[in-house]
Design a protein around this ligand. Structure first.
Ligand code: HEM
Length: 506
């Protein structure tokens, strides 16, 4: 595999000056383009989707879209139908529902999720790498964490049990829960990378918190989008690389901690040659790919952390939140966990045993179904323009968003009262939580659907299995816990969760 990489992952003064210069050049160019010709190119296509009426120039729909997203998108859909466009942060975006969204996934050469996300979070740019640099990660996750999942299941269970003991022990209130749950899932993710990493507290902290620390460092609204998304992206990268920020510390920790492990493995590989038995883990794949290029290995580990830790911990938080909100399901759920525990013959369950937890799996899928944004999964158009089967055309560079909440909340697809949480809704359909479908888009769909979903669901189910057996989990107050309705996606609440140790089960 050819990996394009620059050898300047760390900023220095000379580098900072050149970043600032190139940011200034781009600013001048993009201002010129934006005020000169961008609107012309937007309207050059013959059959654009309807642009929803807006009152205020420049601001367009920015406020409605960000403040009251669900209501606003619903109203636009009722008025303008399956496909329409909005003017948000100075850019036209197009929104489609369940009729047209399968075309986006099917035509994966003409649409790119990663290119759209890059505008808001250019991880490769933060690392000073070209975009193609990270393209090998998907294959590694697919081949290892999905293909060889059985090799990872014991390790994940062992580390989750340790984490639960360390973090919750004899019982505790987790408030806000997310921080503790990030730490809880960090260990099993670290174990999948390399078992040698799991007892190192400093390294586990970087696994747990680097996404949080970096996201809050960069959490300002994309004002420069009003001029151009490219300019916003360049601003993020420049700011990131010239300012002292938490990424530098986390990266330094990860690099320092992995270096002796990588060196030891490389030296054994050399010494034993053909007789060397490589460990089955992600680190070994990175070593096979990059040899002694520790900077590249570090950046791949960081990318894996970005893909794996925040997603699984927020999901676990949301599921626990729905669990405590809905005590009517507790007895049956607990009974299922007890039955599996009774049948346990070895230290750890097999994948087949975990897959028998159908009620738990249904609750996981149900939470995934409900915790989605009104307009999300942006995909950038890559071809000169794309013509939907409805005849509508969208130009190159346009971000097309999907009304995932509407698709996930459709009674005709998901059964009666589909806006309400029903933990056992998916028992009959037997659709497991990791199965992607055109009407279930939590993990995307088609060729680029999340390759880590099998690992993620397995990890979440194992964590829930042991948490339910060990603790009586409840709300701290009496009120129902509602998710934080940030625009996209829907985040779990910061409300506390009470874990009271059970006396008799395990
Ligand atoms: C509940 C947890 C997770 C959720 C909700 C989630 C969701 C997603 C979504 C929506 C995508 C984009 C799919 C598309 O383009 O259509 C994606 C891509 C991806 N995810 Fe996940 N993910 C989760 C966990 C993980 C984990 C644990 C890993 C790795 C261990 C992972 C690795 C990746 C990678 C590498 C991609 C890029 C795929 C590509 O571009 O081909 N994810 N994920």
């Amino acid at each position: 595999m050819t990996i394009l990489c620059s050898n300047k992952p760390f900023p220095n003064d000379k580098y900072r000056a050149s970043e600032l210069r190139s940011f200034a050049e781009i600013t001048i160019r993009e201002c010129h383009l934006s005020f000169g010709m961008s609107e012309m190119s937007i309207w050059a296509q013959p059959n654009e989707p309807h642009l929803v009426y807006y009152k205020y120039p420049i601001i367009g729909h920015t406020i409605d879209y960000h403040k009251e997203s669900t209501k606003f998108i619903k109203e636009c859909h009722e008025k303008y139908g399956e496909i329409f466009s909005l003017y948000v942060f100075g850019q036209i975006i197009t929104i489609v529902g369940g009729e047209l969204s399968p075309e986006i996934f099917k035509n994966h050469k003409e649409f790119s999720f990663n290119a759209a996300i890059d505008e808001f979070f250019p991880l490769h740019g933060f690392m000073g790498r070209p975009r193609e640099f990270l393209s090998g990660l998907t294959t590694i996750v697919q081949r290892n964490l999905s293909g060889d999942l059985k090799f990872y299941t014991n390790r994940v269970q062992g580390q989750l049990l340790k984490s639960i003991d360390e973090i919750i022990g004899d019982g505790k209130v987790l408030q806000p829960p997310l921080k503790s749950l990030q730490l809880l899932v960090a260990k099993p993710v670290a174990a999948a990378v390399a078992e040698e990493f799991t007892d190192d507290k400093e390294l586990i902290n970087s696994f747990a918190y680097s996404v949080n620390d970096i996201s809050s460092f960069l959490s300002f609204p994309p004002i420069l989008h009003f001029i151009s998304p490219k300019l916003h992206q360049k601003f993020l990268i420049t700011f990131f690389r010239i300012a002292n920020n938490p990424f530098v510390d986390h990266r330094e920790t990860i690099k320092r901690k992995i270096t002796p492990v990588v060196k030891k493995r490389l030296s054994e590989m050399k010494k034993l040659d053909g007789a060397y038995t490589p460990p089955v883990d992600i680190l070994q794949n990175f070593i096979d790919m990059f040899g002694d290029d520790i900077d590249s290995i570090t950046d791949y580990i960081i990318s894996l952390i970005f893909a794996a830790v925040h997603t699984t911990s927020t999901s676990l938080n949301s599921i626990l939140q729905e669990f405590v909100n809905n005590p009517q399901f507790h007895e049956e759920l607990l009974e299922e966990q007890k039955q599996l525990f009774k049948s346990k013959e070895n230290d750890y369950y097999t994948i087949e045993q975990i897959s028998k937890l159908e009620r738990l799996d249904s609750m996981v899928r149900e939470t995934f179904r409900l915790y989605v944004g009104a307009s999300t999964l942006p995909h950038k158009v890559l071809s000169p323009y794309y013509t939907f089967s409805s005849g509508h055309q969208v130009p190159k560079g346009r971000n097309v968003y999907i009304r995932v909440k509407e698709i996930h909340n459709d009674d005709k697809i998901h059964g009666q009262n589909s806006k309400e949480f029903n933990a056992f809704r998916h028992l009959e359909s037997k659709s497991p939580a990791s199965r992607v479908e055109k009407n279930f888009l939590t993990f995307g769909f088609g060729k680029h659907a999340c390759p880590g979903r099998f690992f993620a669901v397995n990890e979440i189910k194992i964590a829930l299995h042991y948490l339910l057996l060990k603790y009586d989990i409840r709300k701290v107050g009496d009120e129902k816990i509602n998710p934080l309705m940030k625009r996209n996606p829907t985040f779990p609440s910061v409300e506390g969760l009470l874990f009271e140790k059970r006396k008799s089960i395990i």
